[in-house]
Design a protein. Structure first.
Length: 289
């Protein structure tokens, strides 16, 4: 039986009367159409609720905590998911489930989440992306000449990455990175504390140009005013320029440096000259508000 029937003539024209069954089918069809439109809108590419990013770019110098947050956002998973994945990998009894980190890292991927642009696909997970970053770091570091073992009188591969992370945090240009790397080596060779604000900031979980005397008395292994030698881990993830600088710093006798203002970093081996530069830095800070 048809769902639409012709009925009486009116004014010479036919009128169609919809049966009860027809009205039900049309109503159901309209509901399906509405649901379909809603689903189409939800699944449209670029929708902020459902679509993942197609790639993730990790800039140079970002800390592991920042990388974790970026991965969570790119994969659209709950905040803290990637941190938990890194923790599970560090505690895994099966070596195949761990990240390929040096034993000195003790499962901490800081310094080995290589700054680059990574693809994000449907099957990408926090663990797989962390593994991709660590494996990329191993390849890049090896290509740049990172020694697999400690050289006589030099730094181990892991210590070099630690130094590179400090260089990345302290310098803005490749030229200055080389000099900062040399300052680090010279201070280590002479048994002087590094006295780097960047390591102290890392230990305090902050980023600032202003360091107080109270800060320098902080009881933290990352306080290189108080403790000699390198910090216990990298303080970020260095890029290629910083890594190359740490591997092969230029020759020089510099022991001190301060960035008086952007683009004006001064290096010296003379303490009195350094104090003069620091006073100029302090004055520039006051005048800038």
């Amino acid at each position: 039986m048809s769902d639409v029937h012709d009925t009486q003539h009116s004014g010479g024209r036919r009128r169609a009367r919809i049966t009860r069954r027809g009205r039900l089918l049309l109503t159901a069809g309209a509901a399906v159409l509405v649901v379909g439109v809603v689903l189409l809108l939800v699944l449209l590419p670029g929708d902020e609720q459902g679509a993942r990013a197609e790639k993730l770019t990790l800039p140079e110098g970002r800390r592991a905590s920042q990388a974790y947050a970026a991965i969570d956002k790119a994969l659209r998973v709950a905040p803290g998911t990637t941190r938990k994945a890194a923790k599970r990998a560090a505690e895994a009894r099966n070596p195949a489930k761990r990240l390929r980190l040096p034993s000195e890292a003790k499962g901490n991927p800081e310094g080995y989440l290589y700054p680059a642009t990574y693809p994000v696909e449907e099957e990408t997970t926090p663990k797989s992306l962390l593994s991709f970053m660590v494996n990329t770091a191993r390849q890049k570091y090896a290509a740049d000449g990172l020694p697999p073992t400690a050289r006589p009188g030099g730094l181990s591969a892991y210590e070099t990455v630690v130094a590179a992370s400090v260089v990345q945090a302290e310098a803005d240009t490749p030229h200055d990175m080389g000099k900062v790397a040399r300052v680090i080596r010279n201070r280590l060779d002479q048994g002087m504390p590094l006295q780097m604000d960047s390591t102290l900031n890392y230990g305090l979980g902050r980023s600032t140009l202003n360091t107080s005397h109270a800060d320098t008395r902080t009881n933290s292994p990352y306080n290189t005013y108080r403790h000699k030698g390198l910090p216990p881990t990298p303080i970020g993830n260095p890029g290629q320029d910083a890594t190359r600088a740490a591997i092969s710093p230029p020759k020089g006798d510099w022991l001190y440096f301060v960035t008086v203002r952007p683009g004006d970093t001064r290096f010296t081996a003379d303490y009195e000259e350094h104090r003069k530069n620091v006073r100029e830095f302090n004055e520039a800070q006051k005048s800038s508000g």
